[in-house]
Design a protein around this ligand. Structure first.
Ligand SMILES: [Zn+2]
Length: 340
């Protein structure tokens, strides 16, 4: 079946229509809105238009913020005027379709497992290094949600006591030293200390990359330090979760081997018992900015249909987020083979 996926952020709403084989058959993008009534209206408009044009049967929504298992948005950091909204209920009422809602980073990560860099993996970690750090933890083919739906906030754990201030207000969180923004901060610190090498204005992450490509030792050393910051967190999570692979996304992926070569070296160095375990591949994300919408649509397919893409599996208990509007075959416990 065709499903609709929405990625709802503070600046835009991106909607896609996804066919069973994972192909994206339609797409619609509108500006986001910052009050509840206009936001829900815009979301329903995008989902409704795409659904009727593509005869879709279900809707998935990825939204930035804390989302409960029954699809309620508790709060969103980029949507300050939108709190405690029953997104699933409102969208189901407005579109007349079954709706599943999850955190935007969760669905973006899920997309990489459903049909991206980690396609076919049952246990994977997807990490996005952007302004902050987003992530999704997939365990046994399902997104790990935790008791309240808030699991996978992987940027906000302390890796450096007394370290730099995180956007959330705490000190030394992983995000504060390993996000894409942190690379620029490291560069500005070097420049301010008079040891900036060939790193030029505006002294951001891109300037570091430019200098490193010219062979500047300071820039190359800075990237190694940044890669080590990333690796500390990845190795900690890998030691706890034992994933088959780790997908790394975000703007820094464009650095290619300039980042991934030192990252792989540092990662192995921080991993417990690394010589006694199979290699955990570190892979660049492939789905880019549409990952959230694609993942939301894939999640809707997994939740509401027996016919989904490769690598996905429905567990015996069904998905508790599907509410009572499912297709009626929840709980079948069947492993779903690839139909694509
Ligand atoms: Zn934090």
């Amino acid at each position: 079946m065709t499903t609709i996926g929405l990625d709802v952020g503070g600046t835009k709403i991106l909607g896609v229509a996804r066919a069973d084989d994972g192909s994206i058959v339609d797409e619609l993008r509108v500006e986001s809105a910052h009050d509840e009534a206009r936001l829900l209206a815009a979301m329903a408009e995008v989902a409704g238009q795409l659904a009727s044009a593509n005869r879709a049967n279900a809707v998935g929504v990825g939204i930035a913020g804390l989302v409960t298992p029954d699809g309620r948005l508790r709060y969103g950091p980029n949507l300050p005027q939108v709190e405690e909204v029953d997104v699933r209920g409102e969208m189901a009422r407005r579109t007349g379709l079954p709706v599943v809602v999850d955190n935007d980073a969760n669905v973006a990560g899920f997309a990489e497992v459903a049909q991206g860099a980690a396609r076919g993996a049952r246990d994977a970690l997807v990490v996005t290094l952007g302004t902050g750090i987003g992530g999704a933890i997939v365990v046994g083919g399902r997104i790990l949600r935790g008791a309240n739906g808030f699991a996978g906030e992987i940027g906000h754990w302390t890796v450096q006591r007394g370290g730099p201030r995180c956007a959330c207000g705490a000190d030394g969180h992983w995000e504060a030293i390993a996000s894409g923004s942190a690379l620029g901060r490291l560069a500005r610190e070097r420049v301010a200390a008079g040891v900036g090498g060939a790193i030029g204005e505006p002294y951001d992450g891109y300037a570091v990359v430019v200098a490193a490509r010219l062979g500047d030792v300071v820039a190359i050393d800075l990237i190694a330090e940044y890669a080590d910051n990333v690796a500390i967190g990845l190795a900690g999570l890998a030691t706890i979760l034992d994933p088959e692979c780790i997908v790394v996304g975000g703007g820094v992926v464009e650095m290619g081997e300039l980042l991934f070569a030192p990252l792989r070296r540092a990662f192995v160095g921080h991993l417990e018992g690394e010589t006694h375990r199979p290699e955990i591949a570190l892979l660049p994300a492939v789905l880019g900015e549409r990952a959230g919408a694609i993942g939301a649509a894939a999640l809707a397919a997994l939740t509401f249909s027996a016919s989904v893409g490769a690598g996905l599996r429905r567990e015996g208990s069904g998905d508790e987020r599907s509410g009572d509007e499912g297709s009626g075959d929840e709980g079948s416990g069947d492993e779903v083979a690839s139909r694509g």
